[in-house]
Design a binder for this molecule. Structure first.
Ligand code: KG4
Ligand code: ZN
Length: 335
């Protein structure tokens, strides 16, 4: 029975996993950042301090267990916002010391990948080796997952992350933070082929979103000068076209990686993997190439959550990897 704790950005989350089964997965999302157009680190760490104890208590209550029944405590060591990470790290270290239980520091992005191993209706675990596109607010990578403890990055963004591209485009459209889910929502009623934006030409399996961002910015400036209501009157088509452009960049590189590696098992993880435009393209690819096995996690395991930290912790514990009280939060935790 593992208690997972996640506090890398603006979600305070605690989960209890028994093996791969979820007994509880409780997340408190900080809404305070919406009015600032992005996560304010100082406010995020204060909110984590306020919410960590109630969130952990709720997770234990939901799992109907006492804290003494936990076998180990897994927490996000990094990467993420330092002030946010310190709260989860200190809490986990204190609890492990008090209970005299093993402590396991987890890499946030590896946990996003391992979320696919949580038991949940409609989800089947990928088999090793698999290719994983990890797309979040801070990262965009293609990873060869040789096994749970051996993951190799074969492509990554050279500038913005995919989630950042969604959020920045949303901001240009006047939408609040985080704008990714809103672009997805408006895109549902729009036509993705109305507007075309600059396509990056980046070598190998790397990504770039800065050219697309500039292309959207200049296009909007030009159109708004002609018609001040341009964005409001074309919001659905703009969102659908932007979503189409970002997801095309992702899927094209993932297809290239599949061809280069010959790996037929593919997974997608991280907050952006909830995106319905991206999911539709992956479903279409699966239909075109039935020999591939494409895995999408349940949306509750795609955005930041502690269940993925607990499952990653269980793989480390199984391999005999635990940490002592010297472990520290690391905002730039290496891969
Ligand atoms: O993995 P995540 O929850 O946190 C990080 O580790 O960064 O990812 C958050 C990112 C944000 O940029 C958010 O806008 C994006 O995921 N996101 C989406 C959707 N849901 C979340 N982007 C596009 N469509 C969505 N439905
Ligand atoms: Zn994340």
């Amino acid at each position: 029975m593992i208690l997972g704790i996640e506090s890398s950005c603006d979600d305070t989350s605690a989960a209890v996993l028994k093996g791969t089964q979820i007994l509880a997965n409780i997340t408190h999302t900080q809404l305070i950042h919406e009015q600032y157009g992005g996560v304010v680190p100082e406010l995020a760490s204060r909110a984590h301090i306020e919410h960590i104890v109630p969130v952990v208590k709720r997770a234990l209550d939901t799992a109907q267990i006492s804290v003494n029944e936990i076998d180990a405590i897994a927490f996000t060591q990094g990467p993420g916002l330092m002030g946010s990470l310190v709260v989860g790290t200190s809490f986990a270290k204190g609890l492990a010391l008090a209970l005299n239980k093993p402590l396991i520091g987890v890499h946030h992005m590896k946990a996003h990948i391992l979320s696919h191993f949580i038991t949940h209706e409609g989800m089947t675990a990928p088999s090793f080796p698999f290719l994983c596109l990890t797309v979040s607010g801070g990262h965009t990578q293609i990873v060869v997952v040789h096994d749970a403890l051996n993951m190799e990055i074969i492509g990554k963004t050279i500038d913005d992350a995919a989630g950042e591209a969604f959020d920045k485009a949303a901001k240009m459209l006047g939408l609040p933070y985080p704008g990714g889910p809103l672009i997805d929502q408006y895109a549902q009623a729009g036509d993705p082929n109305v507007y075309a934006f600059a396509e990056p030409n980046i070598p190998a399996l790397n990504f770039s979103f800065s050219g697309l961002k500039t292309s959207i910015l200049y296009f909007l400036k030009k159109e708004v000068t002609k018609d001040p209501d341009f964005v409001a009157s074309n919001l659905n088509n703009l969102c659908a076209s932007i979503q189409h452009s970002i997801t095309e960049i992702l899927v094209k590189k993932l297809k290239k990686a599949q061809q280069q590696t010959g790996i037929t098992c593919i997974a997608v993880s991280g907050g952006v993997s909830v995106n319905r435009g991206l999911r539709a393209k992956l479903h279409a690819w699966q239909r075109e190439q039935p020999q591939l096995s494409i895995h999408l996690a349940h949306p509750s395991f795609c955005t930041d959550n502690a269940a993925m930290i607990a499952i990653a912790g269980s793989f480390l514990l199984e391999a005999g990897i635990t940490h002592d009280q010297k472990i520290a939060a690391n905002a730039k935790l290496p891969w």
